[in-house]
Design a protein around this ligand. Structure first.
Ligand SMILES: Nc1ncnc2c1ncn2[C@@H]1O[C@H](COP(=O)(O)OP(=O)(O)OP(=O)(O)O)[C@@H](O)[C@H]1O
Ligand SMILES: [Mg+2]
Length: 261
């Protein structure tokens, strides 16, 4: 199981939006996906429980940090996608001792055989929940938006990743920064990308995702933006989002062939 953190301490840059799209994309390529929310439950909004809970004790995000895995399973939310939801207790993790950040890696090792790809959506800070995700992961991808506030935080994020690499997880691979919510009508925003690429090189993905209302609308209906995309706008958005997902999957080493059946 390849484990990917979707992380950036800047809030509202599309971490959750991209995590869900990446899950849909990997699942439609035939991979078994485990999606984890260690933030505040946004992913449960995309995949609400349709049937009344029959009393199943689902595996929740806080259990990954306490190690209470036994007898619990993630909730199946879509074909080939299982979800570990954020619960109220996961909020306490940021107040727990620093050693707590090593537990998710051990917890996820117990689920290893059941999934091909695990995606961890993280909160907009660099505290225990984010660090626990980074310690457990093979790679991290960072959605960002074109704003001076976002740029100012990039070196801090890199320093955090470097710190986790040197102290806990030498194999952690920063796949890079993925521009999201780009305003295609703003010359400043469009021109910022090549400038960033000069500064950061290949750490800036070539694939950028344009801001389009249909992205949020699709997720509110529990689907990827490419699901039943009819309007020109949605088709364009579908193409951008898929390209971005495929670029990340390729950097992770996944094959992009659609399944035959
Ligand atoms: N490409 C896009 N086009 C239009 N709206 C978008 C796009 N990506 C994300 N959004 C919207 O922007 C808002 C923030 O996105 P999202 O919740 O995914 O960010 P986040 O980084 O997970 O935020 P947080 O840090 O609060 O967890 C949401 O309302 C989402 O619908
Ligand atoms: Mg989020």
């Amino acid at each position: 199981m390849q484990i990917l953190t979707v992380g950036n301490q800047k809030g509202g840059v599309g971490k959750s939006t991209f995590s869900v799209h990446l899950a849909f994309r990997a699942a439609e390529l035939g991979y078994r996906v485990l999606l984890i929310d260690v933030d505040e439950g946004d992913l449960s909004e995309v995949f609400p429980e349709i049937e009344e809970n029959d009393g199943t004790d689902y595996l929740k995000a806080s259990h990954l940090f306490t190690g209470e895995i036994k007898g619990r399973q993630p909730r199946q939310v879509y074909e080939k996608i299982a979800l570990i939801e954020a619960d109220v207790d996961v909020l306490d993790v940021d107040d727990m001792p620093l050693e707590t950040i090593e537990q998710p890696r051990l917890s996820l090792a117990q689920l290893n055989g059941n999934y091909d790809f695990c995606i961890i959506d993280t909160p907009p800070n660099l505290q225990r929940r984010m660090l626990g995700a980074l310690v457990a992961s093979h790679a991290v991808v960072s959605p960002f938006n074109i704003s001076p506030f976002s740029f100012a935080r990039m070196p801090k994020l890199q320093a955090t990743i470097a710190g986790v690499k040197s102290q806990y997880n030498p194999n952690l691979n920063h796949l890079g920064f993925l521009a999201n919510m780009v305003n295609s009508k703003s010359v400043n925003e469009v021109e910022a990308l090549p400038e960033l690429r000069e500064a950061y090189g290949e750490l800036i993905f070539d694939e950028a995702i344009i801001a389009r209302a249909c992205v949020a609308t699709a997720l509110a209906q529990g689907h990827a933006v490419w699901h039943r995309a009819r309007s020109g706008n949605q088709r364009a958005s579908a193409k951008e989002m898929r390209r971005a997902c495929d670029a990340v999957l390729t950097r992770l080493g996944f094959k992009l062939m659609e399944p035959l059946s």
